[in-house]
Design a protein around this ligand. Structure first.
Ligand SMILES: Cc1ncc(COP(=O)(O)O)c(C=O)c1O
Length: 380
């Protein structure tokens, strides 16, 4: 029996196309694979803020935040992010992957219970694996199932409920309002990864908490700063006490080299731009989304429901996925191909995200290419 990896390698060889680790020159393609939702990676204000930080502090602090890496810019970015998200305080990890792998092992113990959406991001699943406690998965976005699990969780010392806000694969938005309400009722701590929500959803782009009107969150919030924020790093936010504890006890933060000055400067620049330009940028992003979805339908393909800017085109199996991704690539469009184990078996998809940084003409061209896709006729 071939492993999944071997099967994929064979398929890639047969199709003479590998969508992964493909060296690309962004200039030559219309990039619908990126998470640059608002287009801030190319915006002057973000670039200038990053360059000014390099001028002042150099390229790296060459030390962890617990030592010499905690520059004034670091603290300023933490405070600014906490204020933006609407929580007491925040930490900035080198990546959200690192924040998600660090948080569980630091906070949870053997007597606790972690209840997690089955489709939560890989970094969350990896983080949970680091804790020797009971883990109960709940069906994707299914609050009834979540409640059933919580209602039988009385024997555990503490309960954590974990979910993404916007799922990066299918583009669905989790019922965070109901999740937080259930957590309150069953004395559980919500942990929400808002990587694809912050800078994207909410009236002013402040993410899931704003989108769902949550004022007393009482939980832990993580998000990547490498998506709508167009930088790098991962923010972890929560109450003063929790943040203070993690600041000192989470080794994934304390013993890893601090996020570099350019990134900290870039994050501050991005917050400023989002506060100023969100309305106009998000309007463009949602308009592009509508147009991409129309062109997918024109080609006879199905785009999953979802209510985020992520357009998940259902391909079902790895062969169809590669066929679509290859055709788009050959015609000049970058896409993200999701096959097992990134998605459940039989639920492969090609993800298309049209960020606000793309030009109208690029969207016109992308829609033409997508609408004329021929591979669907040879799908199995
Ligand atoms: C939901 C989610 N969480 C966490 C991460 C990891 O973020 P980072 O790239 O900052 O490590 C990603 C990135 O793919 C993500 O989609």
């Amino acid at each position: 029996m071939m492993t999944q990896y071997e099967q994929m390698k064979a398929l890639i060889a047969e199709m003479d196309f590998n969508p992964y680790y493909n060296v690309v020159n962004g200039d030559d393609y219309i990039d619908l694979a990126s998470n640059n939702y608002l287009g801030l990676a190319g915006v002057e204000a973000t670039k200038k803020a990053a360059m000014e930080a390099i001028d002042r502090y150099g390229t790296s602090m060459c030390g962890s935040p617990v030592a010499n890496g905690y520059i004034d810019l670091f603290r300023a970015a933490e405070k600014r992010l906490a204020e933006f998200i609407g929580l007491d305080d925040a930490l900035i990890f080198p990546s959200c992957y690192q924040a998600n792998t660090g948080v569980f092992v630091t906070l949870a113990g053997e007597d606790d219970l972690i209840v997690v959406d089955t489709r939560a991001h890989s970094s969350i699943m990896q983080g949970i694996k680091g804790v020797r406690c009971k883990v109960s998965p709940f069906r994707h976005n299914d609050v009834e199932h979540l409640e059933k699990i919580l209602s039988r969780s009385g024997s555990h010392a503490r309960r954590f409920v974990v979910t993404d806000s916007v799922f990066s694969t299918d583009g669905s938005v989790a019922p965070i309002g109901a999740v937080v309400e259930l957590c309150g009722r069953y004395d559980a701590v919500p942990i929400v990864d808002d990587s694809h929500g912050v800078g994207v959803i909410g009236k002013t782009g402040r993410g899931a908490l704003e989108h769902f009107g949550i004022e007393n969150f009482g939980g832990i919030y993580t998000a990547s700063l490498a998506k709508a924020f167009a930088n790098n790093g991962g923010v972890l936010a929560g109450s003063f006490d929790t943040i203070e504890y993690l600041r000192h006890c989470c080794s994934h933060l304390a013993y890893s080299t601090a996020v570099p000055p350019a990134i900290l400067g870039g994050i501050l620049g991005a917050v400023e731009t989002i506060e100023k330009d969100f309305a106009q940028l998000s309007k463009k992003m949602w308009d592009y989304r509508r147009r991409i979805r129309t062109s997918v339908a024109e080609a006879g393909m199905t785009v999953l429901e979802g209510s985020s800017p992520i357009n998940a085109v259902f391909t079902g199996n790895p062969r169809n996925t590669l066929l679509l991704s290859k055709e788009l690539h050959e015609k000049g469009v970058l896409s993200m191909a999701f096959v097992e184990p990134s998605v459940p078996q039989g639920e492969c998809l090609v993800r298309l995200v049209a960020g606000a940084g793309l030009a109208e003409e690029q969207i016109d061209r992308a829609c033409e290419i997508i609408g004329d896709c021929e591979c669907v006729t040879s799908w199995s």
